[in-house]
Design a protein around this ligand. Structure first.
Ligand code: BYC
Ligand code: FE
Ligand code: FE
Length: 491
């Protein structure tokens, strides 16, 4: 591994200066990235100084540096985790061979496709979140939003490095297309479903960072098991940043639940209208947002039975979550018992293991989500509330895969399409719910203040208090008060 070069135009630990052609190609892509950032990154606040973490190394300690920086000046860099001596292809038909440092010719297209799909989600999420700064519930939250945004930008850099380094001209074209597609655009949308859905309120943002960034965690864990070593090392480092994104989501939702419980206790009622009238979000509404973003994110694992997934595993391009923990890394024997739709009911089918790789990864994800729900429920328990949040069944509200043509209730029981429609507004956000939640979305950026629908966090960032100056506003936007419209300092 190269040493860390932080002063280069593109900070990196991949010895960029040793490969002039590659360096020039990436330096040519950089201004296009910045144009994209200015057009599609956070709206406003670009002249403000934000207390951000920047990756400066890949060691376990001290990989991050915190300081005030204007977002367009952020030092997006290219970092890889250290190479492991003697690393081998961890699974599939090539199990035990030396891991590839170059793209195996016969797998070039598949690998490019995986990398492009991963890459596409990173700028997509920034685009989805670009207006949220204008309604941030506190300076602390504003800073966290921007931290997530700049790091998703860095994840794009990580993938573009792989495309430029290993895929020649095709890779450079893909890198340009990554800046051309737009979340939600009719003509050139982002690749995966969830990344075209608008994230227009902070409850959605926190659900997205809990559930959709968590798909990121699991996909990255599977790619960290890739036999293509540069992809493995790149994704391993991305995972260190990912933890904070999920922290932002989980604690964000947790603080909304905490506030809701507080208001219920204060008013002595669980009546949603009364909670709402008090400026908090009632738990059934929070549950509907949870149902929506979880069911959307669970589609991101692909089909339950997938020949793509089988071949990614067979070729060693993508492994399982914690491949190490399995005894059999070939997975040619054995079956996965899966519930499949039959005659408007369900039956159990045995699927060859390799074809069930998406479902196996989804199982890991669901288990992780269960822990999140349990931690949210502890907040309710501590507040002395009897209510509990729940994870809907994996079959609920699906748009991809074997369950998508049928209807299921949140417990996963097959129901008719009519029965689903009749209950839709109990289970998923209605138009009226969205109007209500959006009515609460007013900026609250005054020092130490927090909006009324969310509790303050227990502590701040990097050992600082919650009441701390996380954003130094440009003079023209100074004095922003609770409920005021922030001035949108552009350039
Ligand atoms: N929406 O064989 P199948 C993150 C397509 S998130 C639309 O079952 P496969 C992040 C599929 O492409 C992590 N289309 O799927 C989070 C295929 O298309 P073709 C992102 C979908 O290939 C927050 C067809 O349907 N990383 O990092 O086994 C903020 C048949 O599908 C969807 C990755 O996804 C969908 N939901 O699995 C920022 C890792 N699902 O071939 C960042 C790389 C499937 O018919 N990607 N399709 O044209 C992969 O490993 C695989 O592409 C997938 C799909 C797991 C996504
Ligand atoms: Fe990411
Ligand atoms: Fe993320």
């Amino acid at each position: 591994m190269g040493s860390v070069d932080l002063n280069a135009l593109i900070p990196n630990n991949v010895d960029l200066k040793e490969d002039r052609r590659l360096q020039r190609a990436l330096e040519a892509w950089q201004p296009q990235f910045l144009d994209w950032w200015r057009e599609m990154g956070p709206e406003g606040f670009q002249a403000d100084e934000v207390y951000l973490r920047t990756a400066v190394d890949v060691g376990r300690d001290g990989w991050a540096h915190f300081d005030y920086v204007k977002m367009p000046d952020y030092r997006w860099g290219i970092f890889m985790s250290p190479a492991e001596d003697g690393r081998v292809v961890p699974c599939g038909d090539h199990f035990g061979d030396a891991a590839w440092q170059k793209v195996p010719g016969e797998y070039r297209n598949a690998l490019r496709r995986i990398i492009v799909t991963q890459a596409d989600t990173e700028p997509a999420s920034v685009e989805q979140q670009r207006l949220l700064g204008q309604t941030a519930p506190s300076q602390y939250d504003l800073r966290n939003l921007f931290q997530v945004n700049v790091e998703e930008g860095r994840h794009l850099w990580a993938m573009v490095y792989l495309l430029h380094t290993h895929f020649g001209r095709d890779g450079r074209e893909e890198a340009e297309d990554l800046l051309r597609r737009r979340s939600g655009n009719q003509d050139s949308p982002r690749i995966l479903g969830t990344f075209n859905e608008p994230v227009e309120d902070w409850l959605s943002f926190f659900m997205f960072t809990t559930f959709t960034d968590r798909d990121g965690k699991f996909q990255l864990l599977a790619l960290a098991e890739s036999g293509f070593d540069p992809l493995s090392r790149t994704t391993r480092f991305m995972l260190t940043e990912e933890a904070h994104h999920m922290f932002v989501g989980e604690t964000g939702v947790g603080r909304i639940i905490e506030r809701s419980a507080q208001v219920m206790n204060e008013l002595g009622t669980d009546e949603p209208d009364r909670i709402r009238a008090h400026g908090a979000i009632d738990l059934p509404t929070i549950q509907r947002w949870l149902n929506r973003w979880y069911s959307s994110s669970i589609n991101l694992f692909g089909g339950e039975q997938s020949s793509n997934a089988a071949s990614y595993f067979a070729t060693g391009l993508k492994g399982r979550y914690k491949e190490d923990s399995y005894e059999d890394h070939i997975a040619l024997e054995g079956v996965y018992r899966m519930q499949v739709p039959q005659n408007l009911g369900l039956t159990t089918e045995e699927v060859p293991l390799r074809n069930a790789m998406n479902e196996i990864l989804r199982d890991g994800y669901i288990g992780d989500c269960e822990f999140v729900i349990a931690r949210w429920n502890r907040i309710l328990e501590k507040a002395g509330r009897p209510e509990r949040m729940e994870l809907p069944n994996r079959r609920f509200n699906r748009e991809m895969g074997i369950y998508s043509s049928y209807a299921y209730d949140p417990e996963g029981n097959p129901i008719t399409a009519e029965a689903f429609e009749a209950r839709r507004d109990d289970w998923l956000p209605s138009e009226a719910d969205s109007v209500f939640v959006k009515s609460l979305m007013k900026p609250c950026l005054e020092f130490g203040k927090v909006a009324g629908w969310i509790a303050p966090p227990r502590k701040g960032i990097n050992g600082n208090a919650f009441e701390w100056e996380y954003v130094r506003f440009d003079k023209s936007s100074a004095g922003i008060a609770c409920g005021a419209t922030p001035s949108l300092t552009g350039e």
